[in-house]
Write a protein that binds this ligand. Structure first.
Ligand SMILES: Cc1ncc(COP(=O)(O)O)c(C=O)c1O
Length: 404
């Protein structure tokens, strides 16, 4: 065993990767036949078309050299325009955009410069599981969950925020809010976003809004960005987005931070070298987002594809009597499997997850990973595989549950 630092050893002893993801990669790498992972938030429905589109753009030799670590200036200017036109509702300046290797890197860097180690960060639940490793591993922050309840349709209210803040065991200096929500696939309304922003302003804490699914909305309710709700972001509101979800390009590692706070931008810029996005990727994405016809067609196809997949998946869930919470965005929904738990505990949830894996060879994200405070909910991601394969997997799940 090599000698490691205390912090290095900590990573070995308690790897930040959750169990359901390790299981996923173990089964994938073993080439487990019949295995279907419905636990990773990826949209591969337009992958072939996007790949073909990107293959048509020539990358110049200049992309091989060093450039600004926060992203090439021309690309950032184009990003500001593209994001302004499609979901932010207004244009930002090139210097208010920082590009890094994925939204996860953006979150880690941003929180590093907003908070001190030991600080608390409010995160409403149900939540994206990855926020825990993003904020707690190297930034050494403490996430303070704001638990929303199934009985009230997982609605977030100022009273819940007050309660979490008042009972927090750490000094809370920021909040991380996601719209559309992962894992609920829910779009928050203008009024709800304003309520959250006003609450954070009253409490004088930073508000980071993760809008990484902004363009993957397929329901009737339109996406609203915090940037279009507030007249200005000011020093304490920051937006995160990226190409991993809306472009199904998680492997390219391109995430974006938007902020009006000069100091935050400078501090994040000082760290950018350690998580810069490659010049090659930047050039391809820069070409794509200035090709208005191609990029708009891609997003239209993404929305149509998600609506179609969601429709087929929910039909099968209905046919097997598996309850779920209706979604209107992103590529997942929450199934309510409480009735199949042996007991209302997280141990029973884990046992049910294992049983579905063993009997149906299907991997869902356990609600505990999404920090849902009540056992028995599971996230089902339906756009990472061909829809026929996903619906077959759900049928296997339905049959396994029926044997209970
Ligand atoms: C809400 C949210 N934010 C951030 C990320 C991380 O994105 P990236 O792959 O760009 O690091 C994810 C990935 O699932 C996500 O769901």
């Amino acid at each position: 065993m090599p000698e490691l630092s205390t912090r290095g050893q900590r990573l070995v002893d308690a790897p930040p990767m959750p169990g359901y993801i390790s299981e996923h990669f173990t089964r994938l790498n073993a080439g487990a036949s019949g295995y279907v992972g419905l636990c990773i938030a990826e949209n591969k429905l337009q992958s072939a078309a996007l790949n073909e589109q990107l293959a048509g753009y020539a990358v110049p030799a200049s992309a091989l050299g060093y450039d600004a670590m926060t992203g090439n200036a021309v690309f950032r200017e184009r990003l500001a325009r593209y994001m302004g036109r499609t979901f932010l509702g207004r244009d930002f300046l090139t210097e208010q955009i920082v590009l890094l290797a994925g939204a996860g890197s953006v979150l880690e860097m941003l929180f590093y410069v907003l908070c001190d180690s030991g600080d608390g960060v409010l995160v409403p639940t149900p939540s994206y599981a990855g926020f825990w490793p993003d904020l707690e591993t190297r930034d050494e922050l403490n996430i303070v969950p704001v638990h929303c309840a199934s009985a009230t349709d997982f609605r977030l209210t100022p009273e819940l925020l007050d309660h979490a803040l008042e009972h927090a065991a750490y000094p809370v200096t920021a909040m991380l809010f996601t719209t559309p929500n992962n894992p609920l696939g829910r779009v928050y309304s203008r009024a709800e976003i304003l309520e959250v922003a006003e609450w954070a302003a009253r409490r004088d804490i930073h508000l980071v809004v993760d809008e990484i699914y902004a363009l993957s909305v397929f329901g009737s309710r339109e996406f609203v960005s915090v940037a279009s709700v507030l007249p200005e972001l000011g020093d304490k509101v920051h937006v995160v987005w990226g190409f991993s979800k809306d472009f199904g390009a998680s492997g390219l590692r391109a995430g974006v931070m938007v902020s009006e706070n000069r100091h935050v931008l400078d501090a994040a810029g000082a760290l950018a070298y350690w998580a810069a996005c490659s010049g090659h990727t930047q050039h391809l994405l820069s070409s794509l987002i200035t090709d208005d016809a191609a990029v708009d067609a891609h997003i239209d196809a993404t929305r149509r594809g998600l609506a179609q997949a969601y429709g087929r998946v929910t039909e099968v869930l209905d046919a097997f009597g598996i309850p779920y919470i209706a979604a209107e965005a992103a590529f997942f929904l929450i199934c309510d499997l409480r009735r199949w738990l042996q007991a209302p505990t997280f141990a029973a949830e884990q046992a049910l997850w294992r049983r579905m894996l063993d009997e149906a060879n299907v991997n869902l994200t356990p609600g505990e990973a999404c920090r849902i405070s009540e056992p028995g909910f599971f996230r089902l991601c339906y756009a990472g595989e061909d829809t026929g394969l996903v619906t077959d997997a759900i049928k296997r799940l339905g049959m396994a549950l029926a044997r209970a």
